[in-house]
Design a protein around this ligand. Structure first.
Ligand code: BJ8
Length: 424
């Protein structure tokens, strides 16, 4: 195994703390992922990516920077990847998914704040995330209140550009968002020194659409009875989508898709045909948050869909291709991103309708609605989701949790009881 300590030292990581983090992650990964039986062979690539996520990928990003390219840290699926790439940049997701960094964050941030925000902030404060350290600048957004205010504090540690995401989808909101996307293109041009041409943008629009399509195909095969891949593995692929090289990732996901199709033809499932099928809806699960999937799949059920930003919200809509002018291309990008149904929007009926539709498409036996503590918008939106699922006759369990292992026993008991109820 390559020793990356010299590289980590150069980028300014706290080596001792970072070593501890890696040891914790390796142990969890081995327990949650490598213990699975009958995994598709194509998952070997994703295991490799995880084993090198703070090593080889960081080396690649440093090489990219050495050639003059920019690395841009993002926290939300509203930030348009196509624009970052058209300016020769690489986008990396910086949302935090581990309890490990939270005590550091709480030295500054309040305790009663969403763990995803605290975990990310703690990474920067403790200097244990190499992605934060190699990022030239960060892009925040005005989605939820917690994120909005943390950018002001994070700005003391790293330069940050904030995109104003509207909270409604009226014409005036669309106009505002179009201007924000345009301003982001200008920001990327200024940072990179590269003039984004219509040709460059078109090329990247097509590239990112291909990546979305590859992810969509993985979700399509999960509709099979039984699914050919576990929910944990599908989640891992969605999480890696925020870090890996876009072309390589797309190729590997498509290869995996071919293998999964073959499995379906041969009748090879990851579980037995009558295994209860669960859909998870709600807050995103940033790497390495595998807590709920692991509990569900250890409880004789299988996760077949994530209605989440590490799931359907990431890939569902494509950017319209071949728009003639730059103005129209920017509009196509703005339109696509504004279709994402984050609970920060009001009203958000399309999300509710999509959830009900997914329960049919993925032949779901039960929904687990997942809210991170102190995430008010997803929490509140559950009221409407619950009522729509009741009408559709789909059982639902609400889970509100954080990243700590403290409630795992209690969650397991609740999930098992829910699955028992489905089985009856
Ligand atoms: S588009 S879900 S990635 S904002 S940070 S809202 S969990 S309280 S991450 Fe998100 Fe963009 Fe929306 Fe998706 Fe709640 Fe926590 Fe806020 Fe969060």
């Amino acid at each position: 195994m390559t020793d990356y300590h010299k590289m980590w030292n150069v980028i300014g990581l706290d080596l001792e703390k970072h070593d501890k983090l890696l040891n914790v992650l390796r142990a969890i990964y081995s327990d949650v992922y490598l213990s699975q039986k009958n995994r598709p062979k194509g998952m070997e690539y994703f295991d490799f990516v995880i084993s090198e996520v703070h090593g080889l990928r960081i080396k690649e990003l440093l090489e990219h920077k050495a050639k003059g390219g920019k690395v841009v840290g993002t926290f939300c699926v509203y930030v348009p990847d196509e624009i970052i790439m058209a300016a020769g940049g690489v986008g990396v997701g910086l949302c935090g998914g581990t309890q490990f960094s939270i005590p550091d964050a709480q030295k500054i941030l309040p305790q009663n704040l969403c763990p995803l925000i605290k975990s990310a902030f703690g990474f920067k404060l403790a200097k244990i995330c190499p992605y934060f350290e190699v990022a030239d600048f960060l892009v925040g957004e005005t989605t939820c209140d917690g994120k909005k205010k943390v950018w002001e504090i994070l700005n003391d540690y790293a330069p940050i550009h904030v995109m104003e995401v509207p909270h409604m989808k009226k014409n005036r909101d669309k106009e505002l968002w179009f201007k924000e996307v345009k301003a982001f293109k200008e920001k990327m041009e200024e940072e990179s020194g590269i003039k984004i041409t219509p040709e460059l943008l078109e090329e990247k629009i097509k590239l990112v659409n291909k990546k979305r399509l590859a992810l969509k195909r993985i979700f399509e095969v999960r509709k099979a009875l039984p699914p050919p891949i576990s929910g944990k593995d599908a989640l891992l692929i969605s999480q890696i989508a925020f870090y890996d090289d876009v072309e390589r990732f797309t190729k590997k996901v498509n290869e995996l898709y071919d293998e999964l199709e073959d499995r379906i033809k041969k009748g090879i499932g990851i579980v037995k045909k009558d295994t209860p099928r669960i859909m998870i809806c709600g807050c995103p699960m940033a790497l390495p948050n595998w807590k709920l999937h692991h509990i569900i799949e250890e409880s004789r059920a299988v996760v077949v869909c994530e209605e989440s930003c590490v799931g359907t919200r990431y890939f569902t809509h494509m950017v319209k291709e071949d728009c003639p002018s730059m103005e129209e291309k920017i509009k196509a990008i703005a339109d696509r991103y504004l279709k994402i149904n984050c609970s920060c929007f009001t009203p958000n009926e399309e999300r509710i309708e999509q959830i009900v539709q997914y329960t049919k498409d993925f032949k779901v036996n039960g929904v687990i609605y997942y809210t991170l503590q102190f995430c008010h918008t997803y929490y509140m939106e559950f009221i409407k989701v619950k009522s729509a699922l009741k009408k559709a006759n789909v059982p639902v369990l609400e889970i509100i949790t954080d990243y700590s292992p403290g409630d795992e026993g209690q969650l397991k008991t609740r999930v098992e009881a829910f699955i028992e109820q489905i089985l009856q």
